[in-house]
Design a protein around this ligand. Structure first.
Ligand code: CP
Length: 310
């Protein structure tokens, strides 16, 4: 397979196993490139990319920007907070104005589920979803799987537990789709109030007890408690959440195997993970960030190839 089966990257739900394999093979090449003294290739000299961030981001925004620079694309950076969106301009008007500047690819983070999908039906550019509400965050799931593959050799057959605030997490849904496509077994762990009811239809298990979940898994992907998306109380207190679902060194050390610890960031240190776990040898959190650049280079490169072919 040399071509993605999709025209845009809106969600992992739309990808095939072949797409993921192609993205990872391409990312392997770019990972080698970004470790050279000259970390840049001229592949996308004729491509212009707009990064539209309607919601805050550190990792995703910087990672996309660096990936685009490493590929020699021209870049426009847009942050809603400093834009005419604040004067009431609509999403379509905003994007069409940007596209009239001859933009080929739009990378968009938006607080509303389906925003990327909506855009893809109304504008003539490739769309990459950089996170839409609590729906999907496809490049995060790709870099997560890529990091598991790098650490454990393969994703197939691995047991992955996703821990914490699943209800408000786009990372959880994209990870479930990506891990299942690659033949991993997935369980969720967290307060029942933070586990969406539809999740059982996705063929994942649920384990309420954190110790049992950790004893079962090869990889624990720990999610942030998303206070900003909570309009009601989902658990009595942060203290109680941490007692039941926080991972600390003594707990990790008492499990008789080396579980791989992951977190998409940003971390609430002392809530879902203590610092001695986040910064331990078992943690691959910064490898995830490093791999994000190569994986995003791969996604952008493969979509740009389609523009060149058309
Ligand atoms: N993982 C992630 O999406 O982080 P940011 O919100 O900082 O981009």
């Amino acid at each position: 397979m040399t071509k993605l089966s999709v025209d845009n990257l809106l969600g992992i739900k739309h990808l095939t196993k072949g797409d993921i394999d192609l993205i990872f093979q391409t990312a392997d090449h770019f990972k080698e490139v970004i470790n050279r003294p000259i970390k840049k290739v001229p592949s996308l000299r004729d491509i212009t990319i707009a990064n539209l961030f309607f919601e805050n981001s550190t990792r995703t925004k910087l990672s996309f920007e660096l990936a685009e620079k490493r590929l020699s694309a021209d870049i426009l950076n847009f942050s809603a907070a400093q834009s005419s969106v604040k004067k009431g301009e609509s999403l379509i008007d905003t994007v069409n104005n940007i596209l009239s500047m001859k933009v080929d690819i739009v990378v968009m983070r938006h607080p509303h589920e389906g925003a990327g999908n909506f855009l893809s039906k109304h504008v003539n550019a490739k769309i990459i979803n950089a996170g839409d509400g609590a729906h999907e965050h496809p490049t995060q799931a790709l870099l997560d799987s890529y990091s598991i593959r790098e650490k454990l050799g393969t994703v197939k057959g691995k047991k992955v537990v996703i821990i914490g605030d699943i209800l408000h997490s786009r990372v959880a849904l994209s990870n479930i789709f990506a891990l299942q496509l690659q033949g991993a077994e997935v369980k969720l762990c967290g307060p029942t109030t933070l586990i969406p009811k539809y999740i059982t239809k996705l063929g994942v298990g649920y384990e309420k007890n954190l110790r049992k979940a950790l004893e079962w898994c090869d990889v624990a992907n720990v999610l942030r408690v998303q206070h900003e998306r909570m309009d009601i109380k989902y658990f009595p207190s942060i203290r109680e959440y941490t007692q039941l679902f926080g991972i600390h060194k003594a707990l990790l050390d008492s499990i008789e195997k080396d579980i791989v610890i992951m977190h998409p960031g940003p971390i609430n240190r002392g809530v879902e993970l203590t610092s001695d776990v986040a910064d331990s040898k078992q943690s691959i959190i910064l490898n995830q960030v490093e791999n994000g650049v190569a994986v995003r280079m791969a996604v952008i490169y493969l979509l740009a190839e389609q523009i060149k072919r058309d």
